[in-house]
Design a protein around this ligand. Structure first.
Ligand code: ATP
Length: 586
């Protein structure tokens, strides 16, 4: 694994990254392939488990000091020089005098199990115990092994191996055919657990993967919506009739209610049960086992007005949630049901799921929290417009329009669901969520911070991040400070293997952070790579006059960013509004 880490860290080719991974998976014994799959992504478990390794940096410095026989100040000095604690560790260990007698062999299992213990040690005095576990590994490690042990524990492996890269590699390694990724992806969409899929694939084969079932407390990847700009277009997409719902500006939550408890998962499928104890309590009275989806929104209890998404920030904390619950009440607006008493309901039509959902919500003991989202059946564009006006009046950001006959397609963004948002005057009809992949150093007032950030859209077809704009406006001083701090952990020496751009940057980042921007229009661009050649040969698409809206989308993974296909359709929509015909319309 260490050899692979070295190779993967040194490449800026996405294809090479996949090849290394295929080679690694082929060599891995099936019994530990789940563990290897988690480790290469810098994890110990699937994200939804929400368990973190949780070691303080100063503890790692102490562990390195004791294993290398140097003092803490010396390690800090090397760390200052290398800028990465893993690299500092490797350097310190190189000059270590002697290796330990009777050392245990450094197997993947041993490393994984030790990390696992570190992660599971909590409570008072846990840092000292964690320190001992880490030292036990470093004592027996070669300098190269120690480099990656420390990087892992620090959460700084920075290989940027996406879920899709793992799925491609599994298909290639075990079937020799990348086309089988589809089967693996469907299993992933309903289980969100690559380790389990890897193990099933390696031990029982593709058929077992195909029959993986929805299970309580294993989150399902959310179904997503395409965007439209008019009610007419929405109805065209729905063959003339549809359900229209409020689109609330809150946080999407997937609620899993079992016999013995409730868990809540975010849009990116992380466990957020602790943020909303009031929702958990309100769900307690449901008799059945269910998986439901809804939007949790902050509310002004006096006026019953919905409040903007930012108000939910107060709930994202480890301590004092009880108090935040009092001061920032929320309501949970359910819009879908995916599972009921042992059976998946995803194959039911939307109209039937809605009926079932109503029944379940009606069965909840009366409380102020759980509600059914406002919905109406529509046939005419005017009906949508009227519904939209009432949604906006009630503090929504627009409406969702859903095809009555559509099944729940986990992980898919399709026209079965479309979103129609309030119009923004003289700007693009929607905001975009883009990934930060590079930066330029600031000058003048911004000296010592970043002056501009390079942003990229996601291209699912080739699993790449393609640059679409450079943004420098919309940032407050606090933002500049925060970005400088937050991005520090993601700095890499060269352009990332999954980033494509014609722009030269001062600093490159592993694609991790997603931010929301608004722009005046989309134009063709010779230097940006987004949707390259799709509109004009040799040109990509870029945003003009982009501005940061102030929203950091930490509920989105980089692969959930606006896609290049969306950029293309927004570009075409813009031409349509201006009355210009696109090539494929003649
Ligand atoms: P956006 O950036 O517009 O919020 P998104 O990229 O997060 O969208 P989309 O699938 O494009 O996700 O838009 C749907 C989102 O809108 C959902 O993820 C959910 O959080 C929110 N939402 C609000 N009301 C509804 C509703 N009635 N049905 C489905 N989703 C809803």
């Amino acid at each position: 694994m260490v050899e692979m880490f070295q190779k993967m860290g040194g490449t800026s080719s996405r294809i090479a990254l996949t090849e290394y991974l295929v080679a690694l998976l082929k060599q891995t014994p099936p019994e530990i392939i789940d563990k290897v799959t988690y480790l290469i992504q810098g994890k110990l478990y699937p994200d939804y488990e929400g368990i973190e390794i949780g070691v303080a940096e100063k503890m790692i410095v102490r562990a390195i000091a004791s294993s290398s026989g140097k003092d803490g100040a010396e390690i800090e000095r090397i760390y200052q020089k290398t800028g990465d604690l893993g690299d500092a560790c490797a350097e310190a260990m190189k000059s270590k005098n002697q290796s330990t007698l009777f050392s245990e062999p450094m197997t993947v299992e041993r490393v994984y199990n030790t990390f696992d213990r570190v992660a599971r040690t909590t409570g008072p005095g846990s840092q000292e115990i964690k320190l001992r576990f880490i030292s036990s590994l470093l004592n027996d490690a070669t300098p190269e092994q120690s480099r990656y042990i420390v990087k892992f524990v620090m959460g700084q492996l920075r290989l940027g191996i996406a879920d899709y890269t793992v799925l491609d590699s599994l298909a290639l390694a075990f079937t020799g055919d990348k086309g089988n990724r589809k089967v693996l992806e469907s299993a992933y969409n309903v289980s969100s657990d690559l380790g389990t899929i890897a193990k099933l694939m390696a031990t029982k084969g593709l058929r077992a993967v195909r029959s993986l079932k929805v299970k309580l407390f294993r989150p399902i990847r959310p179904m997503l919506a395409e965007r439209v700009t008019t009610a007419e277009e929405a109805l065209d997409r729905m063959e003339g009739k549809a359900g229209v719902e409020y689109k609330l500006d809150g946080e999407r939550v997937q609620v899993h209610k079992g016999k013995n408890g409730v868990e809540l998962f975010s849009r990116r499928l992380e466990k957020i049960t602790g943020h909303y104890p009031d929702v958990v309590k309100a769900m307690g009275s449901i008799r059945s086992e269910v998986i439901m989806e809804g939007e949790v929104v902050a509310i002004n209890p006096e006026t019953e007005e919905y409040l903007p998404f930012q108000e939910l920030m107060h709930r994202r904390r480890k301590h004092g949630v009880e108090e935040a619950m009092e001061n920032y009440p929320v309501v949970m607006n359910f819009f879908d049901v995916l599972y009921l008493d042992g059976k998946s309901k995803m194959q039911l039509q939307y109209s039937d799921r809605r009926k079932l959902l109503k029944k379940i919500v009606d069965s909840v003991k009366k409380n102020d929290i759980v509600r059914l989202i406002n919905q109406a059946a529509v046939k005419e564009p005017q009906e949508i417009d009227r519904f939209m006006a009432s949604a906006i009046e009630n503090g929504c950001e627009g409406v969702m329009i859903k095809q009555l006959t559509s099944t729940y397609r986990a992980g898919a963004r399709e026209y079965a669901w479309v979103k129609l948002k309030r119009e923004y005057r003289s700007e693009l009809a929607d905001t975009l969520d883009l990934v930060i992949v590079g930066a330029l150093h600031g000058r003048g007032r911004r000296a010592g911070k970043y002056g501009a950030l390079l942003l990229a859209a996601y291209s699912p077809k080739d699993d790449m991040f393609q640059s679409a704009t450079k943004v420098g406006t919309g940032f407050t001083d606090a933002h500049l400070e925060k970005f400088y701090e937050d991005l520090r952990r993601h700095i890499i020496a060269q352009r990332h293997a999954r980033v494509e751009t014609g722009m030269a940057m001062d600093v490159w980042f592993e694609p991790r952070l997603v931010i929301e921007v608004i722009a005046s229009e989309i134009t063709v661009s010779p230097s940006h790579a987004a949707a390259k050649n799709a509109i004009k040969l040799g040109f990509g698409l870029a945003l003009r006059f982009p501005k940061f809206t102030g929203k950091i989308r930490d509920d989105k993974k980089p692969e959930d960013a606006t896609t290049v296909e969306e950029l293309i359709s927004m570009y075409r929509g813009q031409l349509k509004t201006a009355g210009v015909k696109t090539a494929d319309e003649g």
